[in-house]
Ligand binder design. Structure first.
Ligand code: IMP
Ligand code: MG
Length: 172
């Protein structure tokens, strides 16, 4: 595979996600907790994070896409909400892979807010603060990195490389 150096190893990811999951599970007040995972990039992260929460949850999914087959966002966020679940009266945790410009996370949280959850929190595996445009920050961040394109642990380039166990730099 023409992929770059390992930026975050499998071990580092596992340790961090475990700690983050416990922290989030403890921080969210008692009550029903619904976790919405944005597909597809956050899939691997969500599986590990959700198991580390240490509490009962219900699950939903939303598909957000703004990337075509390049490493630059197209800027337009498309959402598909077929299986977001029922979460009026629940605490809501939104799990996304990366907050880059912030447009995706903003669009997702705005759309979900209309379903009247008790609270909304956001968790992302990766934050890239350098390119932020939208006025939003994630409540919980796994790793903060510079403005480089990465793949692995769910993250893709043109739908490839998602199954890599570690996170790697990538230049097409
Ligand atoms: P934003 O709307 O600019 O914050 O873009 C966030 C979305 O772009 C993420 O959910 C990813 O799907 C995608 N993305 C941003 N940076 C990367 C990257 O380095 N690798 C893979 N996908 C990325
Ligand atoms: Mg995404």
């Amino acid at each position: 595979m023409p992929v770059g150096e390992i930026l975050i190893s499998e071990k580092e990811i596992q340790r961090r996600v475990e700690v983050l999951g416990r922290e989030i599970g403890d921080a969210i007040p008692p009550g029903d907790l619904h976790v919405i995972t944005t597909l597809k990039g956050a899939l691997f992260f969500a599986v590990d994070l959700i198991r580390a929460l240490g509490r009962e949850v219900t699950l939903g999914f939303i598909t957000a896409s703004s990337y075509g087959s390049s490493t630059e966002s197209s800027g337009e966020v498309q959402l598909h909400q077929e299986d977001i679940g029922e979460f009026a009266g629940c605490h809501l945790l939104v799990v996304d892979d990366i907050i880059d410009t912030g447009r995706t996370l903003l669009a997702v949280t705005e759309a979900l807010r209309t379903h009247n959850p008790v609270s909304i929190r956001t968790a992302v595996l990766i934050a890239k603060p350098a390119r932020r445009e939208a006025a939003i920050d994630a409540d919980y961040v796994g790793f903060t990195i510079d403005d480089i394109f990465i793949i692995g642990y769910g993250l893709d380039y043109d739908e490839k490389y998602r199954p890599l166990p570690d996170i790697r730099a990538f230049s097409p």
